[in-house]
Design a protein around this ligand. Structure first.
Ligand code: GLA
Length: 381
């Protein structure tokens, strides 16, 4: 199969953790269609960890938890497919998953066949409880081979958190996406840490093997499985709309898979509009899949530019600081020195409004934890 653009979808883990069920998945499938997410490009619905019994069945196969999924997984897959969506599931390269359910170590071929039999289109493949003496690279190759051997097109989403310098070998192992950083939490410093760390590895991301910056936390507002509300002080560090805007801009500009982690059944209007912003999604899905030029990436600021397939350039400035700041992007850093007879005609990506001609440098006020992003045409001075 060819995965030419970062995959988009929804994943159960960030909000629901082990609290998953057939009913949740079916309601989510309904909402993905009714609320316009599928039309916006979010086509995968993925059940993460905690879907099975703690022990394999006598035939050696993993058994879906009959309380959570009373009709089995084929039934769920058929329902998801009937909505025009694709169906994703989760397993682990280790002996047990991260939440201690059976992993696929030494069961790769039977598990891949089980997933194929159920109609799975996407497999997230985690890395917990991996034997110390085993070879990570080889085991990811093995699951990749097992999936291909089923003859079904199954997107292989590797998740070893960027360990073992995997940016150098995940593509050759057959992964279509790979988690290039550790787990996200619903806190702004987690968003910034992932984006900064990612900045060093963007060269490795591209068609058929995209760097995966983890599921989005947009819309969680501190609640749910990776929510970080402090029960002693529930308002402390609560994520803001501005911070979610920054998260989405970074994931889009850096070409990460876009997996919604919030509860789309109760997403507020701001987050729904953000997640369905056509200008941002178009940047994420741009056919050229170019790696951005990263000018600055530290905890105070992330400044970048990215060439698009239509010869426009995206400019982005993120303010990680606690105060609003005037931020610069000098155009010579991206190949437009002052002697160049060209300037940039900029459009605000969030509003779609033109914002004028940029010459020599861009100077813009960026709110604390906020972001400005522009898509620019190259024009004569
Ligand atoms: C790991 C992964 C997460 C999630 C959990 C499930 O931490 O990185 O994305 O899948 O396991 O237990």
């Amino acid at each position: 199969m060819i995965v030419s653009k970062p995959p988009m979808g929804w994943n159960s883990w960030n909000t629901f953790g082990e609290n998953i069920s057939e009913q949740l998945i079916m309601e989510t499938a309904d909402k993905m269609v009714e609320e316009g997410y599928l039309a916006a490009g979010y086509e995968y619905l993925i059940i993460d960890d905690c879907w099975s019994l703690r022990r394999r069945g006598e035939d050696g196969r993993i058994v879906p938890d009959p309380v959570k999924f009373p009709h089995g997984m084929k039934y769920v897959a058929d329902y998801v497919h009937s909505k025009g969506l694709k169906f994703g599931m989760y397993s682990c390269a280790g002996l047990m998953t991260c939440a201690d359910y059976p992993g696929s170590y030494d069961h790769e071929f039977v598990d891949a066949q089980t997933f194929a039999d159920w109609g799975v289109d996407y497999l997230k493949y985690d890395y917990c409880n991996f034997p110390a003496t085993a070879d990570c690279q080889q085991r990811y190759r093995t699951m990749s081979m097992a999936l291909k051997a089923t003859g079904r097109d199954i997107l292989f989403a590797a998740c070893n958190w960027g360990h073992h310098e995997c940016q150098h070998w995940m593509s050759s192992a057959g992964a279509h996406t790979y988690r290039s950083t550790g787990d996200i939490f619903d806190k702004f410093n987690s968003t910034m840490w992932i984006a900064q760390d990612q900045a060093k590895k963007l060269y490795a991301s591209g068609p058929n093997c995209f760097n995966d910056m983890d599921m989005l936390t947009i819309g969680m507002y501190g609640k749910g499985n990776v929510g970080m509300v402090d029960p002693e002080d529930p308002l402390k560090g609560l994520p803001t709309d501005e911070e979610y805007k920054t998260q989405f801009a970074l994931w889009c500009a850096f070409g990460s898979p876009l997996m919604i982690g919030g509860d789309i059944r109760s997403m507020n209007d701001y987050c729904k509009k953000l997640l369905q912003n056509k200008n941002l999604i178009a940047i994420n899905q741009d056919g050229a899949c170019n790696a951005p030029i990263v000018i600055t990436a530290n905890e105070d600021a992330i400044v970048f530019a990215r060439h698009m397939s239509d010869n426009t350039v995206v400019l982005g400035l993120v303010n990680g600081g606690s105060e609003s700041a005037r931020m610069y992007l000098f155009l010579d850093e991206i190949g437009l020195p002052s002697h160049a007879p060209y300037a940039l005609e900029a459009m605000d990506v969030f509003t779609g409004e033109p914002v004028g001609i940029v010459q020599d440098y861009l100077l813009t006020e960026v709110p604390s934890h906020g972001c400005q992003m522009y898509r620019c045409k190259i024009v004569k001075k």
